[in-house]
Design a binder for this molecule. Sequence first.
Ligand code: SAH
Ligand code: SF4
Ligand code: F3S
Length: 472
Amino acid sequence: MRGAIEDKIIDESRQGEALDLPAHLNTQQTKKLYIESYGCQMNFADSEIVASVMLENGFSSTKDLNEADLILVNTCAIRDNAEQRVRNRLDHFNAAKKKNPGLLVGVMGCMAERLKTKLLEEEKVVDIVVGPDAYRELPKLVETAETGQKAVNVFLSREETYADISPIRLDSNGVTAFVSIMRGCDNMCSFCVVPFTRGRERSRNPHSIVAETADLFAKGYKEVTLLGQNVDSYRWQNESGEEVNFAGLLDMVAQVHPDLRVRFSTSHPKDITEEVVLTMKKHDNICNFIHLPVQSGNSRILDKMNRTYDREWYLNRVAMIRSIIPDIAFSTDVICGFCSETEEEHRDTLSLMQEVKFDHAYMFIYSERPGTLAARKYEDDVPEEVKKARLQEVIALQSEHALESNKRDVGKVFKVLIEGVSKKNPNELKGRNDQNKMLVFEGKGHQAGDYVQVKVNSCTSATLLGEIVDTL
Ligand code: SAH
Ligand code: SF4
Ligand code: F3S
């Protein structure tokens, strides 16, 4: 159970799955790319940029390792187990390479950036190492590797946002898509490797974001999720003095079309403003859901984590948001067993969870990351068994809250955007409501991309089960 929850940054089922280009793009090209993605939504969005770059340069995609000329694995470095997972995959690719000696293996993303050339020394199977800001260089790196040399580019940029590259949606349901609005992070939370792997924060031109979103809507997409490590610090300006903050960007994207739902992730408690929440309220199509990672409910630990807010500040932000949008749903991230965390401090996390009653949470054991402030300054002194026990308590409490939250929805009717067929039962459809809860129900001739009204009849802690009452 632990492994599944620890790594559930996004949909666990997509972690490491081979991703394919849409069939109509997959015809004439000769060389074949096999691509797998791990980690957060930003990595998945980046894989779509890379697919676009490679398609322009003579590659099509395959889900069959045996057909591949190039394997790319988009990696995550957030916790040690995320890296371990990739190393296991590299062993597997090594076996494929033995069968096909011409096969090239490239590691991209955060683990590539963290380890740089060390990765070539440690993992002999790797031919190419490419960091998150160097994806435009991939075709050149592949050319170099084709001559038998190792190829590396891990330069981090202060400007790169890939604004002009049109991502190719991989394995898309044709309904929901991620749109990257910024890159990097300037926050330096003491436990976190992201500022080292993704570099300085920079915001993408809002007009290119709106254009990409409008293009998605024209292609039939009905929902976009705007992505950044800290979306509330989005800020873009040009020479003529035009300035757009996150509230302004949300306002622009929401106006693309009233039938296009807008979501975003991740909000930082220190930066989320009333202006953002008022913009959410102003537009019906901006979903009433906020992912607001708390990390800990104890102010001393939060200070040590360098989160720059305390427990009271967090609770105050939640109260501010609820006063403006009473039916808002919250999800969060929690880290268990950070350096020097006492039992009492851990209980502060549980009591904060009791106060907020999150609808959903991602819960992790603290994993020391080399080079971070915490690794350099603090001892990773909470024993593994204690960390695990605390995680179990956090998970148990969260399951209660998720079930309570779902039970409150039984009997209610929600507008649901259909995303496709339910995995468990092919006769049923699935889709999410405004609050990001998954609903499963029988279709009445409906298809992905339709909005329907669904009445909730029962629930589990993960899903609402219902029936269509009236098509919109
Ligand atoms: N930018 C987002 C988080 C990105 S990382 C934010 O600031 O909230 C996603 C989550 O991974 C974090 O919220 C944190 O809960 C977890 N995480 C990050 N580093 C970690 C570490 N060293 N050990 C355990 N969990 C970690
Ligand atoms: Fe990491 Fe903190 Fe930046 Fe999030 S805000 S990516 S946790 S440094
Ligand atoms: Fe992982 Fe990098 Fe995302 S470390 S969580 S893939 S930004």
